[in-house]
Design a binder for this molecule. Structure first.
Ligand code: HEM
Length: 495
């Protein structure tokens, strides 16, 4: 009786372990499928992602495939392979992965369906054209003006309410309040309806939605996340044509997207609104936390603050009244702030955790220029994890520390390569993705952040309430992560 029972139990366990797992074929990367059927090594990946991937790399080399919740993902961990991997366009699809995510999170339609008369390719080109080149100069000018006027309002409010001049607030709340307002007005335009109460509601809904984003990515249906779902519905309403099309002076990006959507007879008003909300999210989900972290690391590192203050003061002079024409904070001036630019990059290195994921459109041989090729199966995913590079002490000495000048070379110029294993490494920092799907808003984002820092340094004295506390933990594991809890800081207007 006992032996047949044992055989049955072992049989079930064996069958379960074969279900949705596969064996490694000749030429394929080493397979890490764990012992749990279907889930594979999801638990290890979710709980200690970096340590787990570093361990896999030590055991299996630079390329290996993991089973994660039913999906096979091949990880590419050699930083010299990121260049060749970004050029695998014919074999890989970014949009399938991103499109599925957009449909899950924003309930956006599938643009590749011809009935909508919207070409995904055209939309992609529009994004790049309207956020870069000549359009970038206009956007930079416009966001500078908006930031300046929001900060001016802040100054007036503080002067009205504070006795000793100092005002205490959460740093994330402060940065996100200013940045979301400035970004919203710059991209979508302005009118009297955008009061500070309206902007506060937008920010609260945005935050509720964004907090749930990692769960949506992990496969939890949006309708189960009640708070986030309601927040999305509230935000969609704000982007209906009757609201968004009455805003004055929208950016070229939004004006051209509206024109493109209005060409389609089949796209509903709600669908258009959802697409606008998706842009608001793309433009702020990383930018708000980045603004927080940059300011946080400045306030915690007096040496960095001193160096950046010095170059900002050199640019602005003793007179801190940054009237628009005198100090435009345009591309040339912002690029000249080498300490600030380097500190922003250093912050991104420490806090960015974006994985670059693509789907294999067909079976193909992955050639990463190392002399070895790997067979990849159609439907599998490929992922680059630049975070492994960021935390590699062979590339970045003392990688866990903040060094504001890491990205400045010996001539005081922007550093363009790092040494790794005796060779020049070009792909040492990739917070904006890679290849043709790289973030089209990256130049604008960097300009916005640098302008915000210059304006804050010019207008306020600032300090952390508890500067000796360790950095707060982050809330999620995608992109640039906001802090789990806000950090208190105090600021007062300069006289
Ligand atoms: C610190 C700020 C930002 C970071 C770190 C960031 C990062 C990214 C990343 C990683 C992607 C996906 C690229 C890939 O996987 O290859 C992306 C896509 C995108 N980003 Fe950003 N982004 C930032 C700011 C912005 C801003 C300010 C805008 C717009 C004003 C923007 C607009 C977009 C759009 C439209 C896409 C989708 C591109 C497409 O598929 O056509 N981003 N971003």
């Amino acid at each position: 009786m006992f032996i047949p029972l044992l055989v049955i139990v072992f049989g079930i366990v064996w069958l379960l372990s074969r279900w949705r797992t596969r064996s490694r074929n000749p030429g394929e990367p080493p397979l890490v499928s764990g012992w749990l059927p279907y889930f594979g090594v999801s638990r290890e990946f979710a709980t200690k992602r970096l340590a787990f991937l570093q361990e896999c790399k030590r055991h299996h080399g630079n390329v290996f495939t993991c089973l994660l919740s039913g999906q096979y993902i091949t990880f590419i961990t050699d930083p010299f392979a990121y260049g060749p991997a970004s050029r695998l366009g014919p074999f890989l699809d970014f949009h399938e992965f991103a499109g599925k995510l957009l449909r899950k999170a924003f309930a956006i339609i599938d643009y590749s369906d011809p009935k909508y008369n919207i070409s995904e390719h055209e939309l992609h080109r529009l994004n790049a054209r309207a956020l870069q080149g000549e359009a970038l100069a206009d956007l930079t000018k416009s966001v500078r003006k908006t930031l300046q006027s929001i900060i001016q309002q802040e100054i007036e409010e503080r002067q009205r309410f504070s006795n000793d001049g100092w005002h205490e607030e959460g740093l994330y709340s402060f940065c996100s309040r200013i940045m979301l307002h400035a970004g919203f007005v710059t991209l979508f335009g302005h009118n009297k309806s955008l009061s500070s109460t309206t902007m506060k509601n937008v920010r609260d809904d945005f935050q509720r939605f964004d907090d749930a984003f990692a769960m949506v990515m992990a496969g939890i249906p949006m309708w189960l996340l009640r708070g986030a779902f309601k927040a999305r519905v509230a935000l969609e309403q704000r982007f209906l044509a009757e609201n968004v099309e009455t805003l004055l002076e929208p950016s070229t990006l939004i004006a051209q997207r509206i024109a493109m959507f209005n060409r389609s007879n089949t796209l509903s008003d709600l669908q258009k609104a959802r697409a606008h909300f998706a842009v608001l999210w793309a433009a702020h989900a990383n930018t708000l936390p980045l603004a927080f972290w940059v300011l946080f690391y400045f306030l915690r590192n007096p040496e960095a603050l001193k160096a950046v203050r010095a170059e900002v003061e050199e640019l602005c002079g003793a007179d801190l009244n940054l009237s628009e024409n005198r100090i435009p904070l345009d591309q040339r001036q912002l690029n000249g702030l080498v300490n600030l630019s380097s500190a922003v990059k250093e912050t991104m290195r420490l806090v960015s955790s974006a994985m670059h994921v693509r789907v294999a459109k067909q079976n193909f041989n992955l050639d990463l220029g190392s002399g070895r090729t790997y067979s990849i199966r159609r439907g599998d995913m490929l992922a680059m994890v630049p975070e492994l590079t960021y935390m590699d002490p062979e590339i970045y000495a003392k990688p866990e520390e903040f060094h504001h000048d890491r990205y400045i070379d010996e001539f005081g110029k922007e550093r363009t390569s790092f040494q790794y294993r005796g060779r020049d490494l070009k792909h040492f920092l990739m917070p904006f993705g890679s290849g043709s799907s790289m973030c089209p808003g990256r130049f604008f984002a960097l300009n916005e952040i640098r302008q915000l820092m210059v304006l804050l340094l010019c207008h306020f004295d600032m300090e952390l309430v508890h500067p000796e506390d360790p950095p707060p933990k982050s809330r999620r594991n995608i992109g640039i992560q906001p802090p789990r809890e806000d950090v208190m800081f105090r600021y007062r207007c300069k006289v």
